[in-house]
Design a binder for this molecule. Structure first.
Ligand code: 8Y4
Length: 300
């Protein structure tokens, strides 16, 4: 099927509008994680080099990581400047802008790849869009004052993720009467809020938010029922890479969770997820290619 002509078939095919660029989701896609928080770059010794600022080292490291991911075949690079790890310190809006915007701009100038900005801040959303970001990936689902309006004005794609509580306290005592129903109800309300703000459905994707205010049981219950979330009508994105839901069943630290994370990615895509957010991009893309080879033999 030709996908450059907007036939009814193309419009009916799954995909997402990234501020005018169409990402075809008839095959599963990989989103590579690029953190630009200070703790994600080790400065060991390099800082003492004459003429090299901390900023430059961060930018160089970010570009090297982006180049690796593009060569591996990622569709999207997700750039984040606020750590959402449980208990992580809050970052000021200015700090987040200073970290994220130059990296978005530099990657957009050099590489042909879609860029997503992992942020809840209206200013970061607006500025990132102006330098080339095509998606906002917001773990707070655009609930901060002004975020919905900022995202709507940019025409970016949006990822609406479910989280119970806030990153500082979310893992203290996650509780649900029915986690699947509560996550779906929340996502439905945020879809409605987006529609009311003028964000077209073709720009929305949804994410159950593994690890965000969820116990191990909650996470696996959601994974087991991920397929049913397709009924919400928007493409699903899933992020399980290296998370505690993988580490807990393996009894392994983050640096030994790749194979478990791959199993999680395969399960999520088999259940219908269209975008997988991962650290280990090359390995995950290999897994996705094998899945796609089988999917291409399925009847539509
Ligand atoms: C090791 C490394 C252990 C990383 C845990 C983590 C998601 C997300 C995050 C997600 C969407 C993380 C920004 C948490 N997770 N965005 N962001 N979906 N859409 N933890 O699942 O990676 S950060």
């Amino acid at each position: 099927m030709r996908r450059d002509v907007l036939t009814e078939e193309v419009l009916a095919a799954p995909g997402l509008d990234f501020a005018g660029r169409w990402l075809d989701l008839s095959v599963p896609r990989v989103m590579g994680i690029l953190n630009v928080t200070p703790d994600s770059f080790s400065d060991g010794g390099v800082l003492s080099l004459p003429g090299r600022s901390h900023f430059q080292i961060s930018l160089d490291s970010a570009l090297a990581a982006a180049e690796y991911m593009v060569n591996a075949g990622v569709s999207i690079i997700d750039i984040g400047g606020e750590s959402t790890r449980p208990g992580a310190p809050l970052v000021s809006e200015q700090e987040e802008l200073d970290r994220v915007v130059p990296v978005v701009e530099a990657i957009h100038q050099r590489f042909d790849v879609l860029i997503s900005v992992d942020s809840s801040s209206p200013a970061v959303i607006t500025h990132a869009a102006s330098v080339g970001a095509g998606m906002v990936n917001d773990v707070r689902a655009l609930q901060r004052p002004g975020a919905l309006r900022a995202a709507a004005a940019t025409r970016m794609a949006v990822c609406l993720m479910h989280m119970q509580g806030d990153p500082q306290t979310m893992q203290e005592k996650p509780q649900y009467a029915d986690v699947f129903t509560e996550v779906c109800d929340f996502l439905r309300r945020r879809i409605d809020a987006c529609a009311a703000a003028g964000i077209a459905q073709s720009r929305v994707c949804l994410d159950p938010g593994f690890g965000f205010g969820k116990s191990l049981e909650h996470n696996y219950h959601l994974l087991a029922r991920l397929g049913e979330m397709q009924a919400l009508g928007s493409p699903l994105l899933a992020g399980l890479s290296r998370k505690s839901m993988i580490g807990a069943v393996l009894g392994k630290p983050v640096e030994q969770r790749m194979a478990g994370s791959l199993a999680g990615a395969v399960l999520a895509v088999t259940a219908g997820a269209r975008i997988i957010r991962v650290h280990d991009v090359a390995e995950t893309i290999d897994a996705m290619k094998v899945i796609s080879a089988m999917f291409s033999h399925r009847k539509q």
